[in-house]
Design a protein. Structure first.
Length: 320
């Protein structure tokens, strides 16, 4: 098998990966970017993006990703199909295998593999998610579209409480479904939700079905898991806030991860515990999870990688 050597390898193709590619390419690092399992990342499941600066009329997620990809290609980023199946960061050379066959040795690696929102897995939920008709895993991204409407949110943790509170400022009513008889959220977050007038909390309650007219969500059928009693809640939006899973499993033998699998970076930088390996976007960010913050960390990763290479090259020159 022939081994390919690259200066900068970018794994993943959302706003973080493409921004890293734009900066790395402009710094003459000749980046190679593998798009991964979901080219364009989570944004390709978003119909309208209205909060990314520079798009006054908004843009669809897929269209925005194509524009970012074309911008990266304009500076000669080598954008490739395929996904990384194995890595070895144990030695000085960073080794990566693509599709189980191509072996690449990279001077620097930027990880932009993102995270995947967890959903309940109901057929009706997935149907309206894919139609873009009222199912979302991001209140900050999509809450605006439900101004003065009634919505339902599922979840019991801090981020669910935070998203419910965020929605309460936009929507006329927010119904919160909590599976157990108490919140998992911290006391202060739970109190904030309980004290918000237009949030109704249903404990011991689970989703039976997301209801709709074939195009958009019209309501949610729920059941009480103590009594099995069912009832329907009218709603135009169904928000799922039961967590995200970072796409980092492949790196766990080499990189420091937190208890939920997010890559731990050196605060204020994109550096990981392995020199020459950098992280950007939602693979490390479980707080903000926005396209604009992902793009910002993509820029940071490319600059950090460029400085790392420059420092290595100057050491070689001194030794010579």
């Amino acid at each position: 098998m022939e081994i390919e050597h690259v200066k900068c390898l970018i794994i993943g193709s959302g706003p973080a990966g493409y921004t890293a590619a734009i900066y790395a390419a402009r710094a003459n690092m000749a980046p190679v970017l593998y798009q991964g399992m979901q080219p364009g990342g989570q944004l390709t499941t978003t119909n309208e993006v209205e909060n990314f600066p520079g798009y006054p009329d908004g843009i669809t997620g897929p269209a925005m990703m194509i524009e970012l990809m074309n911008q990266a290609k304009r500076f000669d980023t080598d954008v490739r199909d395929g996904w990384v199946t194995k890595v070895d960061f144990s030695g000085d050379v960073h080794k990566v295998w693509v599709n189980g066959e191509t072996e690449i040795h990279a001077d620097t690696i930027i990880i932009s593999t993102g995270a995947t929102a967890k959903y309940l897995g109901l057929d009706s939920e997935q149907k309206y998610l894919n139609l873009g008709g009222g199912v979302s895993a991001c209140a900050v991204c999509d809450g605006f579209f439900y101004k003065n409407q009634e919505v339902v949110i599922v979840g019991a943790g801090d981020s669910a409480a935070e998203e419910a509170h965020y929605l309460s400022k936009l929507c006329s009513k927010v119904t919160m479904l909590v599976r157990r008889d108490e919140f998992r959220a911290s006391k202060i977050m739970a109190a904030r939700v309980k004290n918000t007038k237009n949030i109704e909390i249903l404990f011991n309650t689970e989703t039976d079905e997301v209801l709709g007219d074939g195009q958009v969500v019209t309501g949610v059928r729920v059941f009480n898991n103590k009594t099995n009693e069912k009832h329907e809640i009218p709603a135009t939006g169904f928000f799922v806030a039961i967590g995200h899973k970072p796409n980092t499993e492949i790196f766990k033998d080499y990189l420091e991860l937190d208890e939920t699998g997010y890559i731990i970076n050196v605060p204020g930088t994109s550096k990981t515990n392995v020199p020459g390996v950098f992280v950007s976007g939602d693979a490390a960010d479980h707080v903000y999870r926005q396209a604009i913050t992902a793009a910002g960390t993509g820029c940071m990763a490319a600059l950090d990688a460029e400085r790392y290479l420059a420092a290595k090259e100057s050491v070689v020159e001194v030794e010579a």
